[in-house]
Design a protein around this ligand. Structure first.
Ligand code: SF4
Length: 435
């Protein structure tokens, strides 16, 4: 049996929290008065991407608004055809009319050099361009196309993301690096060469963009792959070899829980090391699913890691044989939805509310304890317990709710608490957003 002495740590306790953010250049992405800083110590930016046909301006503007209202700070749209490029200005105008100032990022492949030069209104309506150097042809043609896109970015004072993807990695570069690898005394395996080629492609294209006149603080990099371990290795290497801000994302993450788990596993390891300045969760939407899911998942990753706060979090127990009722699950779900729905209003009127913790617990085993640790908590009765639900506010037991109106009464108590504690506009103490 372990005694008290051997159970003590042999050195000072490990501190809690992510590593300090890796210093990167600050890139400003602007639309009107809205300036979103990526890198340079700014909070990790949440971004998302539409899946509407960009040529359908109204549908795209509506989805951009939904993503922005869910909390996406940048929204990327595909610009793949002349029809899409023509409609970008209309999408921007629609958003401006709706007072949605989220910056739009144009996603370009294959013909971006033509679309950006032939549709100058499109180039101006976009706040940032995503360039994939692996999808611009080969040899001199690729160099010329890349130079044309960088020229548009310079003339419009727009930042770019140089986004390399292993599905479209520059094949000439990869072939060269494979040949060089064969000259090594102990050649690397093909996967290691491919990962290195991704990093080399991103950094060398960024350097070329700078040689062409794009400021170094107008470049964001990404190297997306679809396997968790590859992503962690590639970004750890990329971060060590440059100080451009990094856009993190696991490409083709997948659907449902698989996509969420894979993205969370990969991104949280990197974020914990202080790597990453903006994130996007590439979830495959379930049929009929809501596109804003990817925004909520991104926010929840950052918030549960303590890196940012977006909306009050509900702590709920998983339930077990001590409660046969689903009431506490329904209450936890309805309170979380209520809190999220209120945030657009509270954000401007109740500073600091996003740091609030609410506990909804299923029985007396952990209910009172967890409720006391939350800002506001309720402990529901388990099977065989007295049918009463004590409410705790700031660690102290206050009222006890009973009967059929527990849910509505508790929601009102939460609402009153928010107004009383945060309604003055005073921000509650928080370490969130500081790193
Ligand atoms: S709080 Fe009660 S109901 Fe919830 S998991 Fe713990 S023992 Fe089970």
């Amino acid at each position: 049996m372990t005694d008290e002495v051997t159970a003590k740590p042999s050195s000072a306790p490990t501190s809690v929290g992510a590593a300090l953010r890796k210093p990167t250049r600050a890139v400003a992405v602007r639309w009107g008065d809205n300036v979103v800083q990526v890198g340079g110590g700014a909070p990790v930016v949440v971004q998302s991407m539409t899946n509407t046909d960009t040529a359908e301006a109204i549908a795209t503007a509506i989805q951009v608004r939904q993503l922005a209202q869910a909390g996406s700070e940048l929204v990327r749209i595909t610009v793949n055809t002349p029809e899409a490029a023509r409609e970008v200005i209309e999408i921007r105008n629609q958003l401006d009319r709706m007072n949605v100032s989220v910056p739009l990022v144009g996603d370009f492949h294959f013909n971006g050099h033509k679309l950006l030069t032939e549709y100058p209104d499109c180039a101006q309506a976009l706040s940032k361009y995503r360039i994939n150097p692996g999808n611009m042809g080969g040899g001199k043609r690729r160099d010329d196309n890349f130079a044309r896109m960088i020229d548009v970015a310079c003339r419009n004072d727009r930042p770019v993301r140089i986004g390399v993807n292993w599905g479209s990695l520059d094949q000439e570069l990869l072939a060269r690096m494979m040949d060089n690898n064969n000259q090594r005394a102990q050649p690397w395996d093909a996967g290691a060469v491919m990962r290195d080629a991704l990093v080399v492609s991103a950094i060398s294209n960024a350097q070329r963009a700078e040689e062409l006149g794009l400021p170094g603080d107008a470049i964001v990099l990404s190297c997306k792959v679809s396997q968790v371990q590859d992503l962690i290795t590639v970004y750890t290497d990329l971060s060590a070899r440059c100080d451009y801000p990094l856009h993190l994302g696991l490409t083709e993450a997948g659907m449902g829980s698989k996509g969420i788990v894979a993205s969370t596993a990969a991104l949280s390891v990197l974020l914990q090391q202080g790597i990453g300045d903006t994130i996007r969760i590439s979830l495959t939407p379930e049929p009929g699913g809501d596109r804003t899911r990817e925004v909520i998942v991104a926010q929840e990753i950052l918030q549960t890691m303590g890196l940012r706060a977006f909306t009050p979090m509900v702590v709920a127990c998983p339930g077990c044989g001590r409660t046969s009722s689903t009431f506490f699950q329904e209450l936890a779900d309805s309170i979380q939805s209520f809190l999220r729905d209120q945030m657009p209003v509270w954000k401007n009127q109740c500073a600091g509310v996003e740091n609030m913790h609410v506990a909804v617990m299923g029985c007396v085993v952990n209910g009172p304890g967890e409720s006391r640790h939350a800002d506001i908590g309720i402990s529901l009765p388990g099977t065989g317990e007295v049918p009463a639900a004590p409410v705790y506010i700031d660690g102290k037991r206050t009222v006890t709710l009973k009967g059929d109106t527990i849910a509505s009464e508790f929601q009102q108590i939460v609402q009153d608490y928010v107004q009383e504690r945060y309604g003055t506009g005073q921000s509650a103490p928080s370490s969130s957003d500081a790193n």
